[in-house]
Write a protein that binds this ligand. Structure first.
Ligand code: ASP
Length: 321
């Protein structure tokens, strides 16, 4: 039996062709522009869900997508969307998707009207990965420029380059080479399969970035009304000494997770001891984000809170990252 892939369009540069710079192409138009797709023999179900810029996608859009994926009886799923938010939407899908079939997110750095538009090649590679038995049980993947990235690690690290997507801690999981899917490494664990939270609205989880000379006096106001907070600290997880009392007060009320603003490596837990160091912050109730970057740490905290998970389990979940 041939593989069957559901392709869902959400918009983005990949769906943009006209001079107005707005996403307007249908998913079927995207698919029709891919040379060699028919020859793969992979059957496609094509759906339009949204036609939005990546920046305007929200939790409701993603929840609808997850329901669509759950209802589909297919080998795998491809999602086309704006690249601006792929690193977040893909990780959210990874946390929510509880099936074995791969969910592959892709997009384009150059719109369809430009010389060297990368959308068609990215769709072809993404469909091949979604149809591949090798990609089963890997959760959500991001396929761009013939590289296969784990949703938990991938980041957009360049504003315009065709090679904008990189996975700092460990590199891609694999590649598409001459049309063949080659998985070269599998993640040792995946924080996933929690499913879509039943009812309720998404908790409000904020993200604050440590910056030079900021005295932290705005922190109490910024944290007001939040259900959780992520701090993107300097280096291995540091903030100005003046931030500590404010963050300690916030951490007594809501979970506060300490990540690194560097975008790679791991938050320390036992190296530095000065005021504002990782040890100081952890002793004041902050939780270390491990190898998750600040954007992904925010989404993990949000989903855990949405599921009503308590502090002990939140600490355990971040301890596994
Ligand atoms: N602005 C675009 C977006 O919708 C960028 C892209 O798709 O590459 O995210």
């Amino acid at each position: 039996m041939s593989a069957r892939v559901l392709l869902v369009g959400l918009g983005g540069t990949i769906a943009t062709a006209a001079a107005d710079g707005m996403p307007s192409l249908t998913a079927q138009q995207l698919v029709s522009a891919v040379p060699g797709l028919d020859a793969t023999g992979i059957e496609l179900d094509v759906r339009d869900l949204r036609n939005l810029p990546g920046a305007s996608l929200g939790f409701d859009d993603l929840a609808e997508l997850v329901r669509l994926i759950r209802a589909a009886s297919v080998t795998g799923v491809v999602v086309t969307q704006g690249t601006d938010t792929i690193e977040e939407t893909a990780y959210l899908l990874d946390l929510l998707h509880d099936g074995a079939q791969p969910v592959v997110v892709t997009g384009a750095m150059r719109n369809a009207s430009l010389a060297g538009a990368d959308g068609p090649a990215n769709i072809l590679a993404a469909v091949r990965v979604a149809a591949s038995p090798q990609a089963r049980d890997l959760g959500c993947l991001v396929v761009m420029a013939d590289e296969i990235h784990a949703a938990a690690r991938v980041r957009k690290t360049h504003a315009t380059s065709l090679g904008a997507f990189t996975s700092a801690n460990g590199g891609p999981l694999g590649y598409v080479s001459e049309g063949t899917v080659r998985i070269v490494q599998r993640p040792v664990r995946r924080e996933a399969g929690r499913g879509l939270p039943e009812g309720g609205t998404a908790p409000r989880v904020g993200l604050i970035v440590a910056t030079l000379g900021d005295d932290g006096s705005s922190l109490p106001v910024l944290a007001e009304g939040l259900d959780g907070l992520v701090v993107a600290g300097f280096g291995v997880g540091h903030v100005p000494a003046t931030w500590v009392e404010h963050l300690a007060a916030v951490a007594r009320r809501i979970p506060v997770v300490l990540a690194s603003r560097t975008g790679a490596g791991f938050v320390a837990t036992a190296t530095y001891g000065f005021a504002g160091s990782e040890r100081d912050l952890i002793s004041n109730g902050l939780l270390a984000a491990g190898g998750l970057d600040a954007y992904k740490a925010r989404l993990l905290l949000l989903i855990l809170l949405w599921h009503g998970v308590g502090r002990a389990e939140i600490t355990e979940a971040f301890g596994r990252t």
